[in-house]
Design a protein around this ligand. Sequence first.
Ligand code: SAH
Ligand code: DHB
Ligand code: MG
Length: 220
Amino acid sequence: MSDVWGRVDEYIVETLVDEDAALSVALSANAAAGLRPIDVSAAQGKFLHLLVRMSGARRVLEVGTLGAYSTIWMAKALPDGGKVVTLEYDPHHARVARQNIERAGLSSVIEVRVGAAAETLPILAAESQEPFDFVFIDADKPNNTTYLDWAIRLGRPGTVIVLDNVVRNGQLVDAASTDPNVKGSRGAFELIAASPRLSATALQTVGAKGYDGFAVMILD
Ligand code: SAH
Ligand code: DHB
Ligand code: MG
């Protein structure tokens, strides 16, 4: 990481980002439990929080929980009665996430479902709950297109969808890449471009988590 990116991110977080104790304690608990530090950064978590507030979302779907750091940021943006459903493959991650959620006092707001998202998404859809207003996709990148398809099916006109880690140190523009994660980014871009219901852009990000980016879209 460029040193200046890190220092600017620190300044942003110090001055503007009110990361509360539940979030910093979650990061410590993740480290103690051996989870890799691949959560969104604090500045990015606050960005997700703001997007949830700006969109007026009440129901949030997340694919890829890890220790629930991003989950807690989003849950804290919800009005009373709001809900986050977050999907996680790894039972150990889910266990750590549930402890972090409990400590944050958010067990009644956040539901963690364990299993491969490609299997838990159809189950969720079959329950025919209300549509999701906001979807954050941040799991296994080769399945990005599967998750985008489900986000469209589980959303409604106006649903906001954010897809993490699309720029991948700039490898996004390598059309010849054989890296499954890069192919996952490019496949997602192709699906978005071909979907008349999705209006999108992507933003490159630098900072505490290196050089990457989000795709942000709205469902029409
Ligand atoms: N959103 C988190 C980070 C998620 S890291 C945050 O910013 O705090 C990606 C997570 O996706 C990991 O916990 C990984 O176990 C999970 N994952 C990987 N493959 C998955 C799958 N097929 N279904 C659901 N989750 C998956
Ligand atoms: C990885 C996954 C992420 O979601 C992320 O934000 C950074 C890294 C990874 O699997 O390495
Ligand atoms: Mg990510």
